[in-house]
Design a protein around this ligand. Structure first.
Ligand code: TXA
Ligand code: MG
Length: 347
């Protein structure tokens, strides 16, 4: 679709007004991928029922094909045909949708979802995003949208249209600009396909909140242990990593390090050449919304070679933030050990 690209090769950005939405819809109908806003992060979306459209996502992201995608719906009703909804799934959907909760459920026999979207698994991941423009597009299209985060595989998730341009540039035909994402962290992923619910990825909706709605315990399984099969293929891959080395739980900055602070303490990270704050008020929701944007900024700054991150509270959204930071730091250690540069895919 060369003709849809901007002549600068930077990808075409359109504001999400009527003209922008019409352009996005035309591309989606033609089986193309479009970057669009959700409340969590920008998604790289394509018709989840068309194999070749889903393949465009993998192609643009350079994503390992074994990693399945989330199908996004305008409402719970539209998902009924594609997955088997258990009473637990119904209850959670009523309570949290539209919102940042993804449910993994068995595919139905008559599911319209491309098998590529499920990466060949008998299950599918679904959610209803809390973004009126994106839900409107899904309704108009009449099909669910497969959408991973709109970044190159292994990179940082984008929370502004500029992040998408930075990561995918001219490879994405259209970026629909809808401002900064409110939540700023990918959705919580809950596996409901087994005997009991398991949280596979922490996000804005916590295991405790889910457990309170279901009235039963919810296990958490964020990383696959040694010799253990990964529950979610996404756990196998490098995610959310900036290019510069990350050092966590840092109270001060060392030579060459930029400091990513949290909260009002003016002494933490004192003396760093660059000091940004995830939330000067010490608010974890604000920190989550700022995390990727600030990591992007520090990654792009020429006068620091590494990033030191302040200690954060290990509770609620703090756990979700730590999950991203730990995965990024661990992936960097692996790629250093293997001699790969940080941003090389470690597959
Ligand atoms: O907030 C979000 O969830 C964003 C926005 C765009 O909606 N999307 C997103 O998608 O983060 P993605 O593809 O980056 O992450 C989806 C996660 C991956 O870790 C994937 O492995 C897991 O969900 N997943 C998808 N389908 C699955 C399945 N059938 N079984 C187990 N894990 C699955
Ligand atoms: Mg992602």
């Amino acid at each position: 679709m060369q003709q849809d690209r901007d002549s600068t090769g930077q990808g075409r950005i359109m504001v999400a007004d009527a003209a922008g939405q019409a352009a996005a819809l035309a591309l989606l109908r033609a089986g193309e991928a479009v970057a669009l806003p959700t409340e969590t992060v920008y998604g790289l979306a394509a018709d989840a029922t068309q194999d070749h459209a889903v393949a465009r996502i993998f192609e643009i992201k350079q994503r390992p094909k074994l990693n399945p995608l989330i199908a996004h719906y305008a409402s719970l009703e539209e998902a009924r045909a594609d997955v088997v909804l258990s009473p637990q799934a119904e209850r959670l959907a009523q309570h949290f949708w539209p919102g940042p909760l993804t449910l993994i459920l068995p595919r139905s026999a008559e599911s319209r979802l491309s098998l590529l979207c499920s990466a060949g698994l008998p299950t599918a991941a679904i959610r209803v995003p809390d973004h009126a423009v994106t839900r409107g597009l899904i309704r108009e299209l009449g099909h669910p949208l497969a959408a991973p985060s709109a970044n190159r595989s292994g990179g940082l998730s984008p929370t502004t249209p500029e992040h998408v341009v930075h990561s995918l540039g001219g490879d994405v035909p259209l970026i629909l600009a809808g401002g900064k994402c409110r939540t700023g962290l990918e959705s919580s992923v809950l596996d409901l396909s087994g005997e009991s619910p398991v949280l596979l990825r922490p996000g804005a909706i916590s295991a405790q909140q889910i457990s309170a709605v279901l009235g039963c315990p919810v296990a958490s399984h964020f990383t696959a242990g040694a010799g253990e099969a990964a529950r979610s293929p996404g756990q196998l891959y490098r995610h959310y990593a900036p290019n510069k080395p990350l050092r966590l739980e840092a109270r001060e900055a060392r030579a060459g390090e930029a400091y990513l602070a949290f909260g009002p303490n003016p002494f933490c990270g004192k003396g760093a050449s660059v000091r940004l704050n995830l939330s000067p008020e010490g608010d974890l929701t604000e920190a989550a919304a700022n995390l990727f944007a600030l990591l992007h900024r520090l990654d792009a700054m020429p006068d620091c070679t590494a990033i030191a991150v302040a200690p954060l509270p290990q509770e609620g959204l703090g756990l979700a933030i730590y999950d991203r930071l730990h995965k990024a730091a661990a992936a960097q250690e692996e790629s250093t050990a293997s001699g790969l540069p940080f941003n090389a895919e470690s597959r």
